[in-house]
Design a binder for this molecule. Structure first.
Ligand SMILES: [Zn+2]
Length: 548
């Protein structure tokens, strides 16, 4: 009897909660849904540059015409790479505090390389490829927007992350997330890990069984606009300094992708079709998991990885990049009308940013008499080994070089009685003679490095005492780490560090802000909009000018 009474009370409560939204929807002060969009590798100037070519006024231009844009948003740390960027956007924090020191780092305690979202204690869900799913956010040390939203609502808010890249889905969703879904290039499935749930939801299993990638491959990659638009506004379609992700012979438009059907599910990532897959999953998650359906704010974190793959291969001035953004603009316009229909026009807020931007292809820069060169981590490691050999020192004294961080082998240094000071001076003197190197900075002494304050600050913010290198190589402007064809990102210069920060919807004013803002300001701004605590390690300030 008692149980029955309790049950009926519960049912009444549930029913009254379920009915609440329809009666409060119009008067709700807070958004029912926040959508965070990260466009991987998007430069801040792309919206202006590509504006004349967008087919819709309601895609990227929806932010410009109705929302707010913070046009001088910079990344205040190095390395400017995917994992650090997604972590900073959603934590408001920097590698020094949040722990994500790179996409990959060398753990000085474990004495091995660590991938940012690796977690051997969990298993893949949704594919037999176990390597792809042993992932979780355990390496992130501070809380995220989603975590704080959960805490503020007694965990009633729903938080879901979606991306092609594991780190692009997992980190934005945060520790307390309901789910994160990412793409397995072996099976062509969207997968997850047992960190979130023991199995995929049925809607996702169904989606995976429909072989969407094969139908996208069948379409190929054709240009959205007339050839003359690309000819007049981009570098040539075919250049020896571009990479060839679709095979050595596939050097220009149109790209026939039919050879990959049923065979190679990785190639879709380097086409605009990758964005269609991500938005499909985002929409399905929103409908099936009922995001934005009641007055308790939910968070959907979407990260488009394909612009990064396309940008690495073809560079920011390519036909591929312009076409990719024209197509992404159409996806955004369609997504906004979907949100209007599903959640209601005034019931949601969207912010859009990037995890980092990108350098010009060095050979393209050189062609135009601009500074540009390559110096990758492998070459740095080889140079250091040569230097140590020349000094009759054990070449194993440097254990790892990654993302311009140089890690010393401290156990070996101790056993050989080699001091930090002497190894630092030998390696630094050698590397600073290289034409690509501006300066080598001792991480723990970055505060007194003879560099402008903004550069010192970015190095200090990016240095994590347990996961960072002993030395940080500061390359000259235009020098790219890796990618003998194509280009990359990762350094402190503005071409990598200047990102878009756009907002639109519930609680957002209309207008452009030109005062300097930082990537670390994004999380406190969203926290202020929602009236929740800002994430634990957040060092930014809310951009009050954009909030109503
Ligand atoms: Zn990248």
């Amino acid at each position: 009897m008692r149980i029955i009474t309790l049950l009926s009370i519960c049912l009444i409560t549930l029913t009254s909660n379920a009915q609440k939204p329809s009666t409060t929807a119009k008067t709700s002060q807070k958004p029912k849904l926040v959508v965070g969009i990260v466009v991987d590798q998007m430069r801040w100037d792309y919206v202006n540059k590509f504006k004349p070519f967008f087919k819709s006024k309601n895609g990227f231009l929806h932010f410009v015409n109705e929302g707010a844009s913070c046009d001088n948003t910079l990344i205040p740390y190095v390395p400017t790479v995917t994992a650090c960027g997604h972590t900073c956007v959603y934590t408001g924090s920097v590698p020094a505090l949040h722990g994500i020191a790179g996409n990959m780092w060398y753990d000085n305690v474990k004495q091995r390389q660590v991938y940012c979202v690796e977690d051997a204690s969990v298993q893949t869900v949704g594919s037999t490829n176990n390597a792809a799913g042993q992932m979780s956010p355990v390496n992130v040390w501070t809380s995220t927007i989603g975590d704080e939203l959960k805490l503020a609502t007694n965990f009633k808010s729903k938080v879901i992350g979606v991306s092609l890249k594991d780190r692009g889905a997992i980190i934005p969703a945060g520790h307390a997330a309901d789910a994160a879904y990412w793409y397995d290039t072996k099976s062509g499935n969207f997968i997850s890990s047992t960190y979130y749930a023991p199995s995929l939801p049925s809607w996702l299993t169904k989606y995976n069984s429909e072989h969407h990638v094969d139908s996208l491959y069948k379409k190929g990659w054709n240009l959205s606009l007339a050839n003359s638009v690309y000819e007049n506004n981009c570098d040539g379609d075919e250049n020896v300094y571009e990479a060839t992700p679709f095979g050595k012979e596939a050097k220009h438009f149109p790209y026939d992708l039919s050879a990959f059907i049923g065979k190679d599910y990785s190639k879709v990532a380097s086409t605009p079709h990758g964005n269609n897959l991500v938005i499909d999953i985002a929409k399905q998650a929103l409908i099936n998991e009922k995001l934005g359906a009641d007055s308790i704010t939910d968070l959907l974190a979407v990260s488009f990885s394909s612009p990064d793959y396309i940008g690495h291969s073809f560079g920011p001035n390519s036909w591929e990049t312009l076409d990719g953004y024209v197509k992404l603009d159409e996806i955004l316009a369609d997504f906004f009308s979907f949100l209007d229909k599903q959640v209601g026009k005034d019931n949601y807020t969207v912010f859009l940013t990037a995890d980092h931007a990108v350098a010009n292809i060095p050979a393209f820069a050189k062609k135009h008499n601009l500074p540009g060169d390559n110096y990758d981590d492998g070459a740095i490691k080889n140079d250091i080994v040569a230097c140590l050999n020349a000094n009759n020192l054990n070449p194993k004294l440097v254990s790892f070089v990654g993302e311009y961080n140089i890690y010393f082998n401290h156990p070996l240094m101790d056993s050989l009685h080699i001091s930090n000071e002497s190894l630092t001076s030998i390696v630094t003197n050698y590397l600073e003679k290289k034409s690509q190197v501006l300066q080598v900075v001792e991480s723990r002494k970055a505060a007194i490095a003879p560099l402008p304050q903004f550069a010192r600050e970015r190095i200090i913010n990016g240095y994590n005492s347990q996961r960072g290198g002993d030395l940080v190589l500061v390359a000259k402007s235009g020098v790219v780490d890796g990618f003998p064809t194509g280009t990359s990102h990762g350094v402190l210069y503005n071409y990598d560090a200047h990102i878009p920060f756009l907002l639109v919807g519930n609680g957002i004013k209309h207008g452009a802000i030109n005062t300097p803002t930082y990537m670390t300001d994004i999380a406190p701004t969203i926290s202020t909009l929602l009236g929740i605590q800002m994430p634990s390690g957040s060092i930014g300030k809310p951009v009050l000018e954009v909030l109503k």
